[in-house]
Design a protein around this ligand. Structure first.
Ligand code: FE2
Length: 632
């Protein structure tokens, strides 16, 4: 008699345990075990526990290849899903092999786990494993299919509602309950104040401060126009030479039709805003032109104008910026691209592939949250439809942005250089972001070089090639001008691409997501909706104009409630660089993860110390504040 010792771990999350019977069959190179029920004295498979079981066979099974796990009903009780984490199997020869699972299992589901060292497709040598891998990917391709959701935008997963999603990528029950509670709570608090749904205009700017009471936290500009705002004795030419002048050009908004509001079309400007790094090291706006073409009805607004004129001009720049931020920088460049990386990975990689093990934790919950947001946020009745551009206009904005998107714009070091932003003082997104980029890059380099000792290994890895090809075709819609790779030739290219992917779903998403409450809950600072046309002359505006232009009470509050929910923290958070699921069997990547964590922790300490000196601390890229994937 030979014995196989199994350590079977049930996840440590709400409702993870099960009363159902669990059966295991082991498959090895020399044969298979009996289908054996795992049953100890007392209760098995309770939340957060590891049970020890023994499976006996007449002879050794040789090299252990697969573990088949089945969940059968216990009596006539209703379905009792099990969150099954992992099995560690110790063979009679004394080898302990990790078989990771980390997913919910329903009754009658067939689960066959691959264990041991991560393997690329050409490294599988046993016919059983070769067949198993083929079948796994056929199943994955049928479970995860591409769907064109809107013309000209990245393709998405085919499921229409979150409950339809396969269990392995669905959000845990505890998080769903919590999210519902926060929505409810915010809605109720606002309703109590009688504000939600109100079509009244605000009576004063002061009144707006009353929301969120419980929670604190091509331009024809001339020398003469801006001279008063520059350092004494200096000129625009001189400051340009010194690199102190920056232009924010919103031309991508030009000509997109806004939606109608009370039967009239709204107004969205494609403005130009000139910024100056002043002697006090502050980046200040010094001139605004609200439309691309200079004309008499398109004056240059200056800080010395009537206070409300200058304020209105800034409000229109911020309105266009808020829509670009949400639709392009946030939704498309992080959420939708992450979805393309995820669907392509689920379809292309076997779970035993080293890059699947590396990437999958960074794709946690993303398909779920995106599928849901296509209903609640960007669906026909979604919150974003309240913006000046409305759903159709925002789609057009995203289409334009995707058609012009470049690979290098998603790689932070290249992005900063291309925009000439190296010298802006106190630019913490850049400072912290570049450090994070480098830390991610050194981690990815270590892992990728360990599994890909040469470029030829990259070229013959068909699963890796399929992954990048699907991303290029379905994420970038085959746009060669983007500079996105459609295949990989070198190890270096793989390292850069995976660095970009992990940076996007961790740091970049945190940077564009986590400050929404801080910057948008005070609606005059940045609003998705402005109700009146932009000013065409100077000296005609008043505070009344400002209040007529800002959203009404109900719209203000519903946008503020949305940014509140989107900036909320959940207890189910997995911080960047923590990998609670043990997916790698071999030691080397586990060591690399430890090194990655140590570097993130050092950076976190440095950022916290720096923030102590700041009047307004920059928190968003502190690794402790960044999630490991896009989950909100
Ligand atoms: Fe987000």
């Amino acid at each position: 008699m030979t014995e196989y010792k199994l350590e079977v771990t049930t996840g440590n999350k709400q409702y993870a345990g099960t009363w159902d019977h669990i059966f295991v069959t082991l498959f090895g190179t020399e044969g298979q075990s009996e289908r054996t029920v795992l049953d100890n004295f007392g209760i098995d498979f309770t939340t957060g526990t590891t049970g020890n079981y023994t499976i006996s066979t007449n002879l050794s099974l040789g090299k252990l290849l697969l573990v088949k796990v089945e969940k059968d009903p216990f009596l006539f009780l209703p379905e009792d899903e099990w969150y099954f984490s992992k099995i560690v199997a110790t063979t009679p020869e004394g080898e302990a092999i990790l078989f990771p699972c980390y997913r919910w299992i329903s009754r009658g589901e067939l689960v066959e786990l691959r264990g041991g060292r991560a393997l690329k497709v050409f490294e599988d040598d046993h016919p059983m494993l070769i067949d198993h891998r083929k079948e796994e990917l056929i199943l994955k391709k049928s479970l995860y299919q591409w769907k064109s959701w809107a013309e000209g935008l990245p393709h998405v997963n085919q499921y229409n509602k979150p409950p339809e999603l396969p269990a392995e990528i669905r959000i845990s029950k505890s998080k769903i309950t919590e999210a519902d509670n926060i929505k409810l709570q915010t809605g109720i608090e606002l309703k109590l104040k009688g504000l939600l749904g109100s079509a009244e205009q605000w009576e004063s700017i002061e009144d707006m401060k009353k929301i969120f009471w419980w929670k604190k936290t091509n331009m024809s500009v001339t020398e003469e126009m801006v001279k008063p705002f520059l350092e004494e004795g200096s000129s625009l030419q001189e400051e340009l030479k010194k690199g102190n002048i920056f232009l924010y050009d919103q031309k991508k908004m030009d000509g997109i039709p806004p939606r109608s509001y009370n039967g009239e079309p709204l107004h969205v400007t494609a403005g130009l805003c000139l910024f100056y790094v002043n002697p006090g090291n502050k980046l200040m706006p010094i001139a605004i032109q609200l439309h691309q073409q200079p004309s008499e009805q398109n004056p240059i607004f200056l800080p010395s104008d009537l206070e409300t004129d200058w304020l209105l001009a800034k409000m229109f720049i911020r309105n266009a910026d808020a829509m670009d931020h949400q639709a392009v920088q946030h939704l498309m460049n992080t959420h939708f691209l992450a979805e393309a990386y995820t669907v392509a990975a689920l379809r292309s990689f076997s779970v035993i592939h080293p890059l699947y093990k590396l990437l999958f934790p960074h794709f946690r919950y993303t398909l779920h949250i995106n599928t849901e947001s296509r209903i609640t946020i960007i669906g026909p009745n979604g919150t974003i439809n309240k913006s000046s551009l409305g759903i159709d206009g925002l789609m057009e904005l995203m289409r334009r942005a995707l058609s012009e998107m470049t690979y290098s714009s998603l790689c932070l070091p290249e992005n900063i250089t291309a925009r000439g932003l190296e010298s802006i003082p106190n630019f913490y997104y850049r400072d912290d972001g570049l450090k994070l980029w480098n830390i991610i890059n050194s981690f990815v380099k270590a892992v990728v070089e360990y599994y890909y000792p040469s470029d030829s290994v990259v070229r013959k890895d068909t699963e890796l090639q399929e992954w990048i090809s699907e991303i290029f075709t379905h994420g970038l819609l085959g746009n060669k001008a983007s500079g996105f790779p459609a295949s990989f030739d070198t190890v270096e290219e793989v390292i850069k691409f995976i660095t970009m992917v992990i940076f996007t779903v961790t740091a970049q998403h945190a940077a564009v997501n986590n400050g929404q409450f801080d910057y948008y809950s005070w609606v005059p600072n940045g609003t998705l909706l402005l109700r009146k046309p932009p000013p065409t002359t100077k000296g005609q505006s008043s505070m009344k104009t400002i209040l007529e232009t800002l959203p009404d009470v109900g719209d203000t509050v519903s946008v503020a409630a949305l940014v509140c929910i989107l900036s909320e923290k959940y207890t189910d958070v997995v911080p960047m660089g923590t990998y609670p699921e043990e997916r790698f069997h071999e030691l080397a990547p586990k060591q690399m993860i430890k090194e990655f964590q140590a570097q993130l922790s050092d950076l976190s300490e440095a950022i916290s110390t720096r923030n102590l000196q700041l009047e307004i601390p920059y928190l968003y890229l502190n690794p402790t504040e960044i999630e490991n994937s896009i989950t909100i």
